[in-house]
Design a protein around this ligand. Structure first.
Ligand SMILES: Nc1nc2c(ncn2[C@@H]2O[C@H](COP(=O)(O)OP(=O)(O)OP(=O)(O)O)[C@@H](O)[C@H]2O)c(=O)[nH]1
Ligand SMILES: [Mg+2]
Length: 247
């Protein structure tokens, strides 16, 4: 994927209403510090447009990054950050849930888990929320550079089992350090964009057909009106002649 342009367009807090977008959205969810912002930077080919930090809880808002004027990457707040009060956690949870429910243009929900650790209760809940909202989550197993190549398959299996994910759920190992896995993620995103593009073309073709029809109808109407207007003066002239003949 060629990234021509990437910018942070909208930031939504707990009280904000989400923007009504008209281009596809791809959202990134996962525990605090798992690497959501780092992944988004890697997918935008930017070093630090999405803010990352060694300190968990960095992303506390829903951030919309517009890419190539064609789609958004949506960075969701990380859950499970211990230093945040229960109340705030519940509000973030509601915000994420609302986002999943309300976003009409949402195409893929990526669920990030650290490849080194077995997913926890929060990850499983998130997985279930995503499924409950009609999406088939794509799991990204982050920080791939932290384990040896020989361990990868075993860790992927542990993640699949802990999340209760079926064989049809994709689990993509990824590293923001080495960029391994990035091409696979781009290919997946591209396939959704192309699907969307072909839908848009289909709609455009339909609209064009409708336009032509309307245009033809419009021309026919116009011709009728023209004919009427030609008839009208003739009629009036006739009446005038009859009037004159009467006299
Ligand atoms: N080695 C390694 N470190 C990573 C990787 N991805 C992220 N990190 C590091 O993990 C830390 C957290 O990364 P972020 O991208 O800020 O994580 P986040 O999920 O956005 O965190 P919140 O905004 O708190 O929810 C940072 O120090 C990153 O440099 C990776 O693939 N490999
Ligand atoms: Mg972040």
């Amino acid at each position: 994927m060629v990234i021509k342009d990437a910018m942070l367009e909208t930031v939504c807090g707990i009280t904000s209403t989400f923007p009504k977008t008209t281009i596809p959205e791809f959202a990134f969810s996962g525990k605090s510090n798992v690497g959501k912002s780092s992944l988004i930077n890697a997918l935008m080919n930017r070093k630090s447009l999405a803010r990352t930090s060694g300190q968990p809880g960095k992303t506390q808002t829903v951030n919309y990054y517009k890419v190539n004027n064609a789609f958004y990457y949506v960075d969701l707040p990380g859950y499970g950050y211990a230093k945040v009060s229960k109340e705030i956690k519940a509000k973030w949870g509601k915000m994420i849930e609302k986002y999943l429910r309300m976003s009409k243009m949402l195409k893929i929900v990526f669920l990030l888990v650290d490849i080194r650790h077995e997913p926890g209760e929060n990850d499983k809940t998130m997985y279930e929320w995503v499924v409950a909202n009609g999406f088939n989550p794509v799991v990204v197993a982050t920080k791939l550079d932290k384990i040896s190549r020989g361990q990868v398959q075993h860790h992927v299996k542990v993640i699949r089992t802990a999340l209760g994910a079926g064989a049809d759920t994709k689990i993509i190992p990824f590293s923001a350090e080495t960029k391994q896995g990035r091409d696979e993620l781009w290919a997946l995103i591209d396939s959704y964009l192309m699907e969307d593009e072909s839908k848009i073309q289909e709609l455009a073709a339909d609209a064009e057909k409708a336009d032509v029809k309307q245009l033809l109808n419009g021309q026919a109407d116009g011709m009728d009106r023209e004919a009427d207007s030609m008839r009208q003066p003739a009629g009036e002239a006739l009446t005038a002649k009859q009037e004159a003949d009467k006299k």
